[in-house]
Design a protein around this ligand. Structure first.
Ligand code: AVJ
Length: 320
């Protein structure tokens, strides 16, 4: 019987996610090989990302959490009580409670494409905030989402922490911001985390840590391709690299071939010359001007910007 939790995933005859196969085969066929970053987050990848957030070099989670815990009184004053908080993504057990505690919301609506993560996060939250109505919605928030009727009349606060917006190229992030505005409606606000441009050595260390956890996160994608798409990519011939690309103000993750290799994925042949790479993730960084421009292009007017004490990360409140 079909589970509700897999409603958004279409499977091939052999039980493989169609979109995963299509994305990987198309991406490996490009001149610059690339796989969309969303495929990094299977169960193992999501666990590895959790581990990344604990690393000494990976500052964004700590910096944003510091802002959320230090600025509660200002959030309360600028956002006010009685809003429905709509979180894009199923929510972190640390950040979301800090926000909810500060602003006295009327409801909490987590949106996520993964029903399993969503239900776990919603249950966790409902236990921490008895009396707060929680309405989880299983949906792809890259498209306009129909919010539950119970929150229709409430003013909304969108919450999009983690600098996840940085994983998208400008076109896609502007589309998402505009879609969020449609989902949330007139009079809504958005609280969004955006990581800042800084010393490239600090950025590269954050994405290539000494313990090799981020490398494992990147290698996990290859393991997933080999396992789910019947691949034989020689993992030992690929090396994790995090490079700051100044022209685009972003960290790129790549897998670099250490020698000439040839391999098969889902019956298709591919080859890489030594030094050639598979591009697996972008993480764009911002400054005040570029974050302002991006938000304005997406239909949002920045109203307030907070920094952590070391000025590494920004949290921005914007009006629809
Ligand atoms: C979860 C997408 C915000 O880009 O910093 C961490 C993912 N990749 N280390 C980021 C990530 C490598 C992270 N985001």
């Amino acid at each position: 019987a079909a589970k509700k939790g897999i409603a958004l995933v279409e499977l091939d005859d052999d039980g493989v996610d169609k979109a995963f196969r299509a994305d990987v085969l198309a991406g490996l066929g490009e001149q610059q090989k690339a796989v969309p970053a969303r495929w990094l987050y299977d169960d193992a990848g999501s666990q590895l990302f959790e581990d990344i957030t604990q690393l000494p070099e990976y500052y964004p989670t700590r910096a944003e959490t510091e802002i959320l815990s230090a600025r509660g009184a200002e959030f309360a004053e600028l956002i006010g009580p009685g809003r429905a908080v709509v979180e894009f993504g199923s929510g972190s057990s640390v950040k979301t409670p800090l926000l909810l505690k500060a602003i006295d919301p009327a409801a909490y609506v987590p949106l996520d494409i993964s029903g399993d993560f969503l239900r776990a996060a919603a249950t966790d939250l409902a236990v921490k905030f008895p009396g707060l109505p929680v309405y989880p919605v299983e949906a792809d928030f890259m498209r306009r989402v129909e919010l539950p009727p119970e929150v229709a009349e409430m003013p909304k606060l969108g919450f999009f922490p983690g600098s996840t917006i940085g994983n998208m190229v400008a076109r896609t992030s502007v589309d998402l911001l505009r879609t969020m505005r449609e989902t949330l409606g007139e009079g809504s606000k958005l609280l969004i985390g955006m990581d800042l441009i800084k010393d490239p050595a600090v950025l590269e260390a954050a994405y290539d840590d000494a313990q090799g956890v981020t490398a494992e996160f990147n290698y996990n994608l290859v393991r997933r391709i080999n396992r789910e798409l019947d691949g034989d990519i020689p993992l030992e011939a690929l090396l994790h690299e995090a490079r700051w690309v100044d022209d685009y103000a972003r960290i790129e993750m790549h897998l670099v071939a250490q020698r000439d290799i040839a391999f098969t994925v889902s019956g298709r042949r591919f080859s890489m010359q030594a030094g050639e790479t598979i591009h697996t993730e972008n993480s764009h960084k911002f400054d005040r001007r570029t974050s302002t421009t991006l938000l304005l292009a997406g239909g949002w007017t920045p109203a307030h910007l907070w920094l952590d004490s070391e000025r590494r990360f920004s949290l921005i409140l914007a009006d629809a």
